[in-house]
Design a protein around this ligand. Structure first.
Ligand code: ATR
Length: 281
């Protein structure tokens, strides 16, 4: 079937997932589209696993530039891609699809990029090389962060998780720089960490508080929380009380969207205080 083309250079992109109503991506992309006066729309689509392939084909046929991919399709979607970036292959999941003019699907994962760029935005001279990190959590975010830290020259990444087997799998997949830290040993192992990262959902609005003590962290340590609602979590408050450097999660959410926005809409969006506040309103 011939691909339909939109008139007046209308740019179309969106996000597919199930459920989809929680996604902040439409708010973010449509804010930038409006700000830069781009003739385009970013639309959320509720897509079940059974309809994943046919929905992607339909969006390609309708002339979409691409889509973000969220729960539960981040892993499955790789099997429909014609090409997969190294970082998405290493993580084993994609959060962004680009559709070429000929209808080919290119899969990427920008979560790790978003994590690193968020730190660099807040602390421009931050150096990852030769540092040691400790990540709490072993879900998709943890895996993306661990792999991005390795790409940025980190010496060692410890992963600690309530369910140890999940840390073990990440360690096996990502190689010798990733070590498993027992959940009960984390309060002592934190003494070695230069970067301490919460990649669990603990501390998120409506979820249990972050339960691990950080009082033995190095005085020079950086504490990063990927939770962005609330913007300043109790973990970040505790880190500030201990006079540690802190980085919150909202910048990761915004930064992971930048490569896709650039690619789809041909514009590099600016990250400023206004977008940081708008996105969590
Ligand atoms: P994401 O894609 O954002 O990484 P996820 O894959 O659902 O989300 O992972 C959530 C992480 O938060 C997991 O590591 C989970 O621990 P389990 O693997 O043991 O489930 C962790 N997590 C969620 N709630 C937690 C809690 N109350 N205490 C400790 N860890 C928790």
């Amino acid at each position: 079937m011939d691909k339909l083309t939109t008139e007046n250079n209308l740019y179309l992109a969106g996000v597919i997932g199930h459920p989809i109503s929680h996604s902040k991506s439409p708010k973010l992309h449509n804010y930038w589209l409006s700000k830069y006066e781009i003739n385009g729309f970013y639309i959320p689509f509720s897509v079940t696993t059974q309809k994943l392939q046919s929905s992607i084909e339909s969006l390609i046929d309708l002339g979409f530039k691409g889509v973000n991919v969220t729960i539960p399709h981040k892993t499955n979607v790789l099997s429909y891609a014609d090409s997969v970036t190294d970082r998405a292959a290493l993580i084993g999941a994609a959060n962004t699809l680009y559709f070429s003019k000929s209808g080919k699907i290119h899969a990427d994962n920008t979560d790790g990029y978003g994590f690193i760029q968020n730190i660099v935005d807040v602390i421009p001279d931050f150096e990852f090389y030769d540092k040691t990190a400790l990540i709490y959590g072993a879900g998709g975010s943890s895996r993306a962060i661990a792999s991005a830290l390795i790409s940025n020259g980190i010496k060692e990444v410890g992963i600690t998780n309530r369910t140890r087997a999940k840390s073990q799998i990440i360690s096996e997949n990502l190689g010798a720089k990733v070590i498993v830290v027992d959940w009960r040993s984390a309060p002592e192992m934190i003494t070695n960490a230069d970067i301490i990262i919460n990649a669990t959902s603990m501390g998120m609005l409506g979820q249990p508080d972050f339960s691990q003590p950080i009082s033995r962290a190095k005085k020079t340590a950086l504490v990063v929380d990927i939770v962005y609602n609330p913007m300043v979590t109790d973990l970040l408050k505790e880190a500030e009380r201990l006079k540690l450097k802190t980085v919150g999660g909202i910048g990761m959410l915004i930064n992971q969207a930048v490569p896709a926005f650039e690619h789809w809409f041909q514009k590099t969006p600016l990250i400023d205080e206004e977008i940081r506040r708008f996105i969590i309103e």
